[in-house]
Design a protein around this ligand. Structure first.
Ligand code: NAD
Length: 312
């Protein structure tokens, strides 16, 4: 065993089915009573339902979360938190909603309860990317790490199959880069392999039946494991390329990860042969990059940047 450093992140994780019903208990446990429920516009109904269920504990909803966390939306939401005397944030949705919650927490230090509905993994990280004047910048700060994550498998059943696949490959990308991270350690390596395998097993089943509860459970567990790796060790070439392309050309986040990952792994596999071998083994393939491109094709996901809106 080589020398290593591992820093565990302080977050409470609740995982199961129907767990969204525990949000109120968690708000009370934190000693709070004015929660603002955040979502994207398509998930406004879900946010409204949760707000209603919270009753007296809710300070209402803000449903304008947007991909890449544009600062002007954060500023609108900030005004709402101040006007309504909000003391707690609840992010119901994918990485875009979690991003808005984190951006608000950075500015206010409000406690956050994340209820993730995709596999992006942002809820498990102290990382925030923000978009201002066409430039995306990223920071790491424990202030933005949610205090509580409530994973509810039932909420993921409606995630469309195509987005489930690309979001799942977004999570797989966290695991892949954690394996060759400069601060990789035995804890994150095991979690990465665990999460990687869970997603590789679950995604083909979700394509066949998006309501397959067992497969959804595996995938959401994988998302937690991969997201925890993303939050714990530094990422590399793949994440930086996705970040620059996504922020500069407003490309969809999960799809950008899906297109780039096989190419970045191909580029890196000679330099990181042990990690590449582990990726290949997890895919049951002879070669990591070819195994990944086969997986992407098998799942019917995009393989070219031009197909997801990248201008020539
Ligand atoms: P997203 O949050 O934008 O969600 C994509 C779409 O799917 C949205 O329209 C959303 O409303 C819808 N959706 C989400 N869950 C659904 C469900 N269960 N059923 C039906 N529809 C659902 O996409 P994403 O890929 O989760 O997040 C991308 C964003 O997250 C990017 O801005 C990215 O930079 C950020 N991100 C940040 C980190 C981090 O650690 N800071 C990590 C990963 C991603």
């Amino acid at each position: 065993m080589r020398a290593f450093i591992y820093s565990a992140l302080p977050v409470r994780v609740i995982f199961g089915r129907g767990t969204v019903s525990q949000v109120a208990d968690e708000v009370r446990r934190l000693g709070l009573n004015r929660a603002l429920v955040l979502s994207t516009p398509p998930q406004a109904d879900q946010a409204g339902k949760l707000s209603t269920e919270l009753g007296q504990l809710s300070a209402g909803v803000f449903t304008h979360a947007t991909m890449h966390t544009p600062v002007d939306i954060t500023e609108q939401a900030l005004q709402v938190t101040q006007q309504r005397n909000v003391d707690c944030l609840i992010a119901l949705g994918g990485g875009s909603t979690t991003g808005l919650s984190k951006a608000l927490a950075l500015r206010t230090d409000l406690p956050q309860i994340a209820v993730p509905t995709t596999y992006a993994g942002s809820e498990a990280t102290p990382i925030l990317g923000q978009l201002e004047r066409g430039q995306k910048t990223t920071l790491r700060d424990l202030k933005v790490l949610p205090e509580v994550i409530i994973y509810d498998i039932d909420l993921t059943l409606t995630l469309p199959a195509a987005l489930s696949v690309t979001s799942g490959i977004n999570a797989i990308a966290h695991a892949a880069e954690a394996l060759y991270s400069s601060d990789a350690n035995p804890v994150t390596t095991q979690l990465a392999l665990n999460g990687f395998s869970a997603l590789v097993g679950a995604l083909p089943k979700i394509i066949c039946d998006p309501t397959d509860g067992e497969a959804r459970s595996e995938a959401l567990y994988g998302a937690w494991a991969c997201g925890t790796c993303l939050g714990s060790v530094g990422m590399a070439l793949h994440h930086k390329l996705c970040h620059v392309l996504g922020g500069s050309f407003d490309l969809p986040h999960a799809e950008t990860h899906t297109v780039l990952l096989p190419h970045v792994v191909a580029y890196n596999q000679l330099a990181a042969p042990a990690a590449a071998q582990r990726i290949a083994d997890a895919l049951g393939a002879a070669d990591a990059a070819n195994g990944l491109i086969s997986l992407v094709r098998q799942l019917g996901a995009p393989t070219a940047l031009r197909d997801i809106g990248m201008p020539e």
